[in-house]
Design a protein around this ligand. Structure first.
Ligand code: ADP
Length: 173
C-alpha cells in the first residue's frame, strides 16, 4: 500500500526490516545504544558486530533522538538508531514524533534517499500500535511535504496487527 507525497512516497510492507533494501533501515534503539532483542536483535544478528562497535563509539542517544552507523552485512548501507519512548515514562507522543523526525533529518544529512522504519516503541517498550501509526505516519507525511532528498519511506510491519494499524491510518490520510 502506497501514498504519494510531493515527489516522494510512503509505502507499507509486512515483513522483517532486516530484509529491506532501502539505503537505510531504522533500529528501534535504546539510549544506551545496546542492540538487545526485537528489531535491534535482528539487526545485530544479520548485520554483524561492526554496528554495535560503531554504537559503542557513539555511546549514548537521548530519547527522541537518532544517530547513524554503517549497515555492516545488511543490504542497507546505513542503520539509523532511533530512540523511542517507553510507555509510561511521560510525554511519549512528542518523543516518538521527535525520534521519527530526527531519523528523517539524519537520513537527509547522509544522502539517504530511501529509508525503512519499524513500528518504533510498540514491542518491548509497550506503546500502543494505533497511536504509533498515527504519530509516525503524520510526521513522515509532513516531513515529505517540505524540502528533502528522501524519495521513499517504507514501514516494515512485522505482523498482521501492526500492518493493519498502519494501513487503517494511511487510508485516512
Ligand atoms: P521497542 O523497544 O522500541 O518497543 P522492539 O524492537 O521491541 O522495539 O519492537 C518494535 C516493533 O518492531 C514491534 O512492533 C515488533 O513487533 C516489531 N519487530 C520486531 N522484530 C522485527 C523485525 N525483524 N522487523 C520488523 N519489525 C520487527
Amino acid at each position: 500500500m502506497k501514498l504519494q507525497v510531493n515527489q516522494s512516497e510512503i509505502e507499507l510492507v509486512q515483513g522483517d526490516i532486516t530484509e529491506s533494501d532501502t539505503d537505510a533501515i531504522v533500529n528501534a534503539a535504546n539510549s544506551q545504544l545496546i542492540l538487545g532483542a526485537g528489531v535491534a536483535g535482528a539487526i545485530r544478528s544479520k548485520g554483524g558486530p561492526s554496528i554495535q562497535e560503531e554504537c559503542n563509539a557513539i555511546g549514548h542517544c537521548p530519547v527522541g533522538g537518532a544517530v547513524i552507523t554503517g549497515g555492516g552485512n545488511l543490504k542497507a548501507r546505513h542503520v539509523v538508531h532511533a530512540v523511542g519512548p517507553r510507555q509510561g515514562e511521560g510525554d511519549e507522543e512528542e518523543k516518538l514524533k521527535n525520534a521519527t523526525l530526527n531519523s528523517l533529518k539524519v537520513a537527509d544529512q547522509n544522502n539517504v534517499k530511501s529509508i525503512t522504519f519499524p513500528a518504533i516503541s510498540t514491542g518491548i517498550y509497550g506503546f500502543p500500535l494505533d497511536a504509533c501509526a498515527r504519530i509516525m505516519l503524520t510526521t513522515v507525511k509532513e516531513y515529505l511535504s517540505g524540502t528533502t532528498i528522501i524519495e521513499r519511506v517504507v514501514f516494515a510491519l512485522f505482523d498482521d496487527k501492526s500492518f493493519k494499524a498502519f494501513k487503517d491510518q494511511l487510508e485516512k490520510m
